[in-house]
Design a protein around this ligand. Structure first.
Ligand SMILES: Cc1cc2nc3c(=O)[nH]c(=O)nc-3n(C[C@H](O)[C@H](O)[C@H](O)COP(=O)(O)OP(=O)(O)OC[C@H]3O[C@@H](n4cnc5c(N)ncnc54)[C@H](O)[C@@H]3O)c2cc1C
Length: 263
């Protein structure tokens, strides 16, 4: 019998355990979670009738693995399409609406962008200069921060792009690789000579199609419901909390499932 140690009881680790348990009874698997709770970054708080997500708030419906997991856990009836409301950027003690038509902060509609008080007049001119700025097709990878700053100027990056991207990747824009995180942006630039032109073209192509509506899903009880259901369907005696793995002796374990080791 093979022994599998699943290190980390976040969504990846619990999902790996769930499918291992379903697929092969000849595997002796165990989940080891360092902290006192399962779920990793997923953390839902219920407060005064509100569901507040401290980490991920939804997942993309078009990516099959997430929807398959929901189906396999029999949670289909618990799915919720998130309705997108107005998002704001909090700056200098004021909530500024993100200009309508922005894609990852980059404007595709002129009027809402020009009306926005998030940017100075000079900052806006610098953003629009991107339309005619020659595309500096780089052979080397670069940071997301450098890439966007070169195209749109510093103000656009600090006021809008950085808050949005940092919310997704939870990291420093100037330390994240463009090609590892958002290669599509570079392709867009290379193919259209300008990101603004490329995004506007995409928007025209997708507007009015159902693809743009309800792209994300969550569960009625928030994302933690997914974790709770996984834990409920897994045998408790195989899922261990407060067990930080510090080293691995290869002799004793055949397969290691590696889930975001922080050390
Ligand atoms: C603020 C924020 C918002 C996000 N929003 C979204 C979103 O809306 N949609 C989306 O799809 N994704 C989102 N993400 C990304 C998503 O949260 C992660 O991709 C996902 O939760 C990663 O799951 P994981 O199990 O791989 O890792 P983690 O959730 O990091 O879990 C890893 C687990 O391993 C444990 N561990 C680490 N080292 C050890 C050890 N040595 N021994 C034992 N256990 C160990 C940790 O304690 C942790 O519980 C967001 C991330 C953040 C931070």
């Amino acid at each position: 019998m093979k022994k599998v140690a699943i290190i980390g009881g976040g969504l990846s680790g619990l999902t790996a355990a769930f499918y291992l348990a379903r697929q092969n009874k000849n595997i002796d698997w165990q989940v080891y979670e360092a902290s006192a709770r399962f779920g990793g970054h997923i953390k839902t708080v219920h407060k005064q009738g509100y569901i507040i997500e401290k980490g991920p708030d939804s997942f993309l419906a078009r990516k099959p693995a997430g929807m398959q997991l929901i189906h396999d856990l029999k949670l289909d009836s618990e799915l919720v399409k998130n309705a997108t409301g107005q998002s704001y950027i909090y700056q200098n003690k004021i909530f500024h609406p993100i200009p309508e038509g922005s894609i990852m902060g980059i404007p595709t509609k002129l009027k809402p962008f020009l009306k926005s008080k998030l940017f100075s007049p000079l900052g806006k001119v610098r953003v629009l200069y991107e339309l005619i700025k020659p595309a500096d097709r780089s052979k080397e990878d670069q940071s997301l921060g450098d890439f966007f700053e070169k195209r749109f100027g510093k103000e656009m990056v600090t006021h809008l792009i950085e808050p949005l991207f940092s919310g997704i990747y939870a990291g420093n824009l100037y330390q994240m690789s463009l090609r590892a995180t958002y290669p599509a942006m570079e392709t867009l630039l290379n193919e259209n000579g300008s990101i603004l032109k490329g995004l506007r073209k995409q928007r025209v192509q997708t507007t009015g199609t159902k693809q743009t509506i309800g792209a994300f899903r969550t569960l009625k009880g928030g994302m933690t419901q997914l974790v709770d259901e996984l834990v409920k369907q897994l045998p408790a005696e195989r899922c261990h909390l407060n067990k930080a793995i510090e080293n691995i002796e290869k002799k004793k374990i055949d397969i290691i499932y590696y889930s975001k080791m922080e050390k």
